[in-house]
Design a protein around this ligand. Structure first.
Ligand SMILES: Cc1cc2nc3c(=O)[nH]c(=O)nc-3n(C[C@H](O)[C@H](O)[C@H](O)COP(=O)(O)O)c2cc1C
Length: 329
C-alpha cells in the first residue's frame, strides 16, 4: 500500500490543515463543548458539527438551537448538512456562510430510518440523479471546501471506485469513508483495506473512519487504506486527547500531557456550563460519561451515578467522589 506523507500539510482549496486528524460528526456528542475539549487537548485538523437538517437550518439560531452553538476558536469547523432536496440547499449554504463555517460536509452515510425516510444520508447514494443535483448545487453555491462522508456503498450500476471518482468530478474536496457497509453494526470490524479501492482513483484527500481507538489503530487504518488522514469518533469520547496522540505520532513528536483524566472531565463540565442550559448540560454530560467512563476499571459504577443524577450539582458531586477514589488507588 502506498503510504501518504503525513508530514506534508493537506490543503482543501485555500484551507491548510494543521493535522490529518478530524473529529467526527456525532449527533448529541460533537457539540461546541466536546469540540472545544478535544481541540484544547490538541491535534484536531477538522471539526464537524452534528448533522443539521437543510430544512430547519435556515430558520434556526444558536439562541434556540443548541446544535448551532459555537465559539470563534472552534476552527476549522465544517457544518454537516443532511437532506435530499437540492432546492433547499442555497438557503442552507447561505446560513453556513453567515455562521462563519470553514467548510461544508454532506452526510451520505447515515443509515438511520428517520434520515432514510427523507431520502437523505445513505439513501441519497441510491438516488444517483438527486445526488448529482445536490452536489452540483452545493458546488455552485459555495467556494468553501466541500466534503462528503460516505460508507462503503455506491449507486446501482456503478462501482465503489467510480462513485468516488464521480464525487471528485463534482467538485468534492475531501472524501471521508466510514469503512463499513450500510447496515453493518459498529461492533463489526471496519474494512479499512476496502477504502483503498476508492483512495486509488481520486486525487483529492481521503480520510478513513471507523474503529480507530488508539494510535496503533490509526497507523493500521492508514497503512491498510492508503488514506491521507483519519476521522475519529467514539475514540475521542473515551480519550479526548486521542486526536493529539495520533497527530503527534504521525508528525514524529512525543505527546507531552498537561492534563489528567480528572482535569479533562471537569474541564468538560465547565465548557458545558458556559454554553448550555442546565437541562442541556445534564443530558450531554450523561451521553459523554457513557463513553468516558470506559477509561476506568470501575467506570460502570461511575456512569450509573451520573446517569441517575437529576441535576448538574449532583453529577458534579458524584464526579468529585469518583475521581478522589481513583487517586487513592
Ligand atoms: C452517537 C453517534 C452519532 C453519530 N452521528 C453522526 C452524524 O451526525 N453524522 C455522521 O456523518 N455520522 C454520525 N455518526 C457516525 C460517526 O461519525 C462515525 O462514522 C462512526 O461513529 C464510526 O467512527 P468511530 O468508530 O470512530 O466512532 C455517529 C456515530 C455515533 C456513535
Amino acid at each position: 500500500m502506498g503510504q501518504a506523507d503525513h508530514h506534508k500539510p493537506l490543503t482543501l482549496r485555500n484551507l491548510q490543515l494543521t493535522s490529518p486528524v478530524a473529529l467526527a460528526p456525532m449527533v448529541d456528542y460533537s457539540h461546541s463543548a466536546l469540540r472545544t475539549l478535544v481541540q484544547e487537548c490538541g491535534g484536531t485538523g477538522i471539526l464537524y458539527t452534528e448533522m443539521l437538517s437543510i430544512r430547519r437550518l435556515p430558520s434556526e439560531t444558536a439562541r434556540h438551537c443548541p446544535l448551532l452553538v459555537t465559539t470563534p476558536r472552534e476552527q476549522p469547523l465544517f457544518y454537516q448538512l443532511v437532506g435530499s432536496e437540492p432546492e433547499r440547499l442555497p438557503e442552507a449554504v447561505a446560513k453556513v456562510h453567515t455562521l462563519g463555517g470553514a467548510g461544508i460536509d454532506l452526510n451520505l452515510g447515515c443509515p438511520a430510518p428517520r434520515i432514510r425516510k427523507m431520502g437523505a444520508g445513505a439513501a441519497l447514494v441510491a438516488n444517483r440523479e438527486r445526488l448529482g443535483a445536490m452536489l452540483k448545487t452545493l458546488r455552485r453555491e459555495t467556494t468553501l471546501p466541500l466534503s462528503v462522508k460516505i460508507r462503503l456503498a455506491h449507486p446501482a450500476g456503478e462501482s465503489f471506485p467510480s462513485f468516488c471518482k464521480m464525487l471528485e468530478d463534482e467538485g468534492v474536496d475531501l472524501i471521508t469513508i466510514h469503512a463499513r457497509r450500510p447496515g453493518e453494526k459498529f461492533c463489526r470490524k471496519p474494512d479499512w483495506p476496502a477504502v483503498a479501492e476508492g483512495r486509488r482513483v481520486v486525487s483529492v484527500p481521503v480520510f478513513v473512519n471507523g474503529g480507530i481507538f488508539s494510535v496503533d489503530d490509526a497507523r493500521q487504518a492508514l497503512e491498510q487504506s492508503g488514506a491521507n488522514g483519519v476521522m475519529v469518533g467514539r475514540g475521542a469520547l473515551i480519550r479526548p486527547w486521542l486526536c493529539r496522540e495520533i497527530t503527534d505520532a504521525l508528525q514524529g513528536r512525543e505527546t507531552v500531557t498537561e492534563y489528567t483524566e480528572k482535569t479533562v472531565y471537569f474541564r468538560f463540565l465547565s465548557l458545558l456550563g458556559e454554553r448550555f442550559t442546565a437541562r442541556q448540560c445534564l443530558d450531554r454530560l450523561k451521553y459523554f460519561t457513557k463513553y468516558y467512563s470506559k477509561l476506568f476499571p470501575f467506570g460502570h459504577g461511575f456512569y450509573s451515578k451520573i446517569i441517575n443524577s437529576s441535576s448538574m450539582e449532583e453529577a458534579e458531586e458524584h464526579a468529585r467522589v469518583f475521581f478522589t477514589s481513583q487517586q487513592s488507588y
